[in-house]
Design a protein around this ligand. Structure first.
Ligand code: ZN
Ligand code: ZN
Length: 390
């Protein structure tokens, strides 16, 4: 018997507006777009932020979607959640078919999402008009409280607390349950309760973590967003297994997101900060939830043989120190063989021996951030990819 497996991919994780500055490169600058492939092959897309373009450009590849039935849930109509639509190339191919789900906005009335499409592509905002979009598109209105099935998957929609309204979605697949709750501000008792119902027992809870707890109480109160602390509180209350911090503020540098993640990890066991290219599999034998970052955007690489000393913390929370060899290096990071398995998204101290002047050894100390773990590539060794942050 094969085990049902679902795959969740993060194509855009930034909130409000895309960022391109180098200080936000590691977590990524595209706005919200997630893809969930259920065990029955049904493909779900959650939000159509600028990350959708990347998903579209992988469409033709073996793992890039294609012949599936695709259902697209749009949480609300703020720019950061719809901006990728005109740039999603599969919409221009005749033999594709998409089912869109979103709510009727009181500002737009009937066929809200269809109107959004048309308005976005009206001249002079975009060079081609709607007639170029040849894929079949079906629009369905959903609202908070709706429950429906798509093949073997059960979908629940609930209202969240956000200016002009927003929907959260719960997708129950035979491999596990994913809850997508972004663009939400806690504090409305009724909507807080409805979010708890939505998130109950989730295997993966993707939660708005745009602001710091301090900002939430002061300058960003009423902006419709949440913090890592509220996410941890919710995850505990509803018994969610893994929490994913999402919708990073455009003004949060990678260092700032690192710090939010570190604080959240002090209070909850399984937390990740959503990162562009990150893939989480659900339902795999042995470990229910596994995170990978296979598509790390790397630059020029060179094979190398640097002796190095590495200190870090294992997945089990134990500190380790070992001597190894750095096998390949780029300006941004390196691939290191280790016997200990560090935690994904944790920090390692890497001290490399470099031949100094006059044949004397000198050393180079770098802070490496774990972006990739490949177990079993070599017997007894784990290949660990790090990005240097210092
Ligand atoms: Zn947003
Ligand atoms: Zn919003």
């Amino acid at each position: 018997m094969t085990v049902p497996i679902a795959k969740l991919s993060f194509w855009g994780v930034r909130g409000s507006t895309p960022t391109v500055d180098p200080a936000t490169w590691r977590f990524g600058g595209n706005t919200p777009c997630l893809e969930l492939t259920a065990p029955d092959g049904t493909q779900f897309i959650l939000d159509c932020g600028t990350g959708l373009r990347m998903l579209g450009s992988r469409w033709g590849t073996p793992n890039g979607g294609g012949n599936h039935e695709t259902h697209i849930f749009v949480t609300h109509y703020h720019w950061d959640h719809i901006q990728g639509i005109p740039f999603f190339s599969p919409l221009y191919a005749e033999n594709n078919e998409f089912h869109f789900y979103s709510f009727r906005s009181k500002f737009l009335g009937r066929d809200s999402l269809k109107q959004v499409f048309e308005a976005q592509m009206a001249l002079p905002y975009f060079p081609v008009d709607m007639s170029a979009m040849n894929a079949k598109r079906k629009f369905k209105e959903v609202e908070g409280g709706d429950i429906f099935n798509i093949r073997e998957n059960k979908i629940t929609a609930k209202w969240l607390n956000h200016p002009q309204g927003c929907l959260g979605f719960r997708i129950e697949t035979p491999a596990g349950t994913v809850v997508y709750a972004t663009d939400n501000e806690p504090g409305d008792p009724k909507l807080d309760e409805s979010l708890r119902e939505l998130a109950a027992g989730a295997d993966i809870l993707i939660n708005d973590a745009q602001f710091t707890p301090e900002q939430m109480g002061t300058t960003r109160k009423g902006w419709g967003h949440s913090s890592w602390k509220e996410g941890v509180k919710l995850a505990r209350e509803v018994g969610a297994k893994t929490l994913v911090l999402f919708h990073h503020d455009p003004d949060s540098t990678d260092r700032m997101v690192d710090s939010l993640l570190r604080q959240a990890r002090e209070e909850f066991d399984s937390v990740f900060a959503a990162s562009e290219g990150m893939v989480i599999t659900l339902g795999a034998a042995g470990d229910n939830v596994q995170a990978h970052m296979p598509g790390t955007r790397t630059s020029l690489r060179r094979e190398a043989q640097f002796r190095a000393k590495v200190t870090g913390v294992t997945e089990g929370g134990k500190e380790f120190q070992e001597e190894t060899v750095v096998r390949d290096i780029s300006l941004q990071g390196a691939l290191i063989s280790l016997q200990n398995m560090p935690q994904l998204q944790s920090e390692l101290q890497v001290t490399m021996q470099t031949p100094g002047e006059d044949g004397l050894q000198s050393s180079m100390r770098l802070k490496g951030y774990v972006v990739r773990i490949d177990a079993g590539a070599e017997k007894g060794q784990i290949a660990v990819g790090v990005v240097f942050t210092d």
